[in-house]
Design a protein around this ligand. Structure first.
Ligand code: ZN
Length: 232
């Protein structure tokens, strides 16, 4: 989990020269993922291709969909929710003041800890104040039903933090929902793209004896031209 979030920050700060690492770390997770999706579209176009395995018949499926399926939230302007904004929530006599989780919160979670422990740690970070009547209540003492309600609320105000895709299998017609992880998706695309680029550099360097820096300095269409000439 933590490695993923490091990657998300690396991608965002590489893509936005004006965005400091600290500022990127404070973006709410949904806003972070929204920006990563926009980055994906800038780099690779509006179509996403993903692989999935049918849970019923184990068929491998290649899925294509528009980045637009992530809906209206993609359209609303960046920074709609200030990272430090305080939100309030009332449930069963409890009043909660909380903020949206950001990368810093997720990075602070331990590796390989039990999920319940991580949930509690995250809760302790994002709950700014909890009270029941006049009494202040530590996050660790909040009842389970309240925590569930708060988690639902979090996914409503920061919808991209938990993107789910409706999938169906062309072989057996099974239907299911799968989580879509923007970070690992974008990272694997960037990896694949970097690998293709390295292969191209390798072929051109071997054929023409050019230096890597000179090959990378060529525009992509021009590089493509030379590669096609090699195939003739
Ligand atoms: Zn199937």
């Amino acid at each position: 989990m933590s490695r993923q979030d490091e990657r998300a920050l690396a991608l965002l700060t590489a893509a936005h020269a004006h965005l400091s690492r600290a500022a990127a770390a404070e973006l709410p997770i949904g806003e972070r993922d929204r920006r990563l999706l926009t980055l994906y579209q800038d780099l690779f176009g509006p179509r996403l291709t993903a692989l999935a395995t049918c849970p019923e018949c184990s068929e491998s499926l290649e899925l294509e969909f528009d980045a637009e399926v992530f809906g209206a939230a993609l359209e609303h302007e960046s920074g709609a929710e200030p990272a430090e904004a305080q939100l309030s929530f009332s449930h069963d006599g409890y009043n909660i003041l909380f903020r949206l989780p950001n990368s810093r919160d997720v990075l602070a979670l331990g590796h390989g800890r039990p999920d319940d422990e991580n949930r509690l740690r995250l809760l302790e970070r994002v709950v700014l104040r909890a009270s029941c009547g006049e009494q202040e209540v530590p996050a660790a003492d909040l009842p389970a039903t309240l925590i569930r309600a708060l988690e639902e609320r979090l996914s409503l105000v920061d919808p991209h933090a938990d993107i789910r895709l409706d999938l169906d299998c062309s072989a057996c017609r099974a239907q299911w929902q799968a989580p879509f992880d923007v970070v690992s998706f974008l990272w694997s695309e960037v990896d694949a793209w970097a690998l293709r680029l390295l292969r191209d550099v390798h072929r051109l360097a071997r054929a023409y004896g050019w230096r890597e820096a000179d090959i990378l300095a060529l525009s992509s269409p021009r590089r493509q031209c030379y590669l096609e000439l090699l195939d003739e």
